[in-house]
Design a protein around this ligand. Structure first.
Ligand SMILES: O=C(O)CCC(=O)C(=O)O
Length: 324
């Protein structure tokens, strides 16, 4: 059968079409009937769900999981433990990301019962220490840490904060000040022992302040162990699955700021749906706060606490946190 390119004019046209990369005249032959497979048109692209739909689905998923966890007090209660081996801590708390109060873990520390304001002042003397100051008049004292950094002799700091009749949030030595205070606090480290079932050898970071210090609602970018040595602290914790109710506006902070402030709760009403766990840490208690658990901390007495993040197992999170 003669093809479409049999005629000389058609042959030239065919060559011209091919020279510009088209299939030539044969491909354009008119359809003369009979079966021919027609490629199906591509399906219209599925529109990507709006970002807020994706976020709403994620919140739904976490919310229903949390609701299910709360069917069992055993599964969701804030546990207290004693004599917890490293393996039991890893299996039941560290790996599942579940908080726990570990009682008696620092019973062998000379610091326990010894770290009174007078003892601390005598040991450290007038060595200059860095602390966070000017906190009570500032709304963003945690976010603007550098602006609130001050230095004073340690015995003067203790004279300022070491009496339980002067509660307040004005001045506080925090973990943020740790690297500047390591040398000054070295004499205190003789009173500390390793907690080698869970943590590496280097001692933790000291927090020293009067009754009334307040650390606003936030989550940490690592797992964290709080070791209460002197005084008591009241902590309020919220599980990460309830982040949807926490108004996470800047960095790791919640716009709610303080779960004990009725005006803040009224201004952020969704927070009423969050499950809140209350813990009072007594001297000698440790609290494991897993990464992502919201918490706020208020000192009930003059308090000395250590925090440690040097767990024996990987403790990553901060390096991949999205945003600032
Ligand atoms: O004890 C405090 O004031 C705050 C401790 C805390 O929130 C933390 O280490 O993440």
């Amino acid at each position: 059968m003669a093809g479409t390119t049999d005629k000389p004019g058609n042959a030239r046209l065919d060559a011209a079409l091919r020279s510009i990369g088209l299939a030539g005249l044969d491909a354009a032959r008119p359809y003369t009937g009979g079966p021919r497979s027609v490629p199906a048109p591509p399906p219209p692209p599925t529109p990507a769900p709006a970002e807020r739909t994706v976020a709403a689905r994620r919140d739904w998923l976490l919310g229903v999981q949390e609701r299910q966890r709360q069917l069992s007090a055993q599964a969701c209660g804030l546990m207290r433990a004693r004599g917890l081996s490293g393996q039991a801590f890893l299996d039941n708390f560290y790996a599942p990301g579940r908080p726990v109060v570990i009682e008696g873990a620092i019973a062998d520390w000379p610091a326990l019962g010894r770290w009174t304001p007078d003892y601390l002042a005598a040991k450290v003397g007038s060595a200059p220490v860095e602390y966070q100051g000017g906190r009570s008049g500032a709304a963003d004292f945690e976010l603007a840490k550098d602006r609130h950094t001050r230095t004073m002799p340690f015995d003067a700091f203790i004279a300022l904060v070491g009496r339980n009749d002067t509660p307040g949030n004005e001045a506080y030595i925090t973990a943020y000040n740790n690297h500047r205070n390591t040398a000054a606090f070295a004499p205190l480290m003789a009173d500390v022992r390793p907690i080698d079932a869970y943590l590496g050898a280097e001692p933790g970071m000291l927090w020293i302040g009067p009754a009334g210090t307040f650390t606003p609602l936030h989550f940490d970018l690592t797992n964290n162990m709080l070791i209460e040595v002197t005084g008591r602290k009241h902590l309020r914790l919220v599980p990460p699955a309830h982040t949807q109710y926490m108004y996470n506006d800047r960095h790791v902070f919640s716009a709610v700021h303080d779960l004990d402030d009725p005006a803040r709760i009224d201004a952020h009403p969704l927070v009423r749906q969050a499950t809140v766990y209350d813990v009072v840490l007594e001297p000698g208690d440790m609290l494991f706060i897993p990464i992502g658990w919201w918490h706020q901390v208020r000192a009930l007495d003059f308090s000395v606490m250590m925090t440690a993040t040097n767990f024996l197992w990987p403790n990553l999170g901060h390096e991949s946190f999205p945003g600032d």
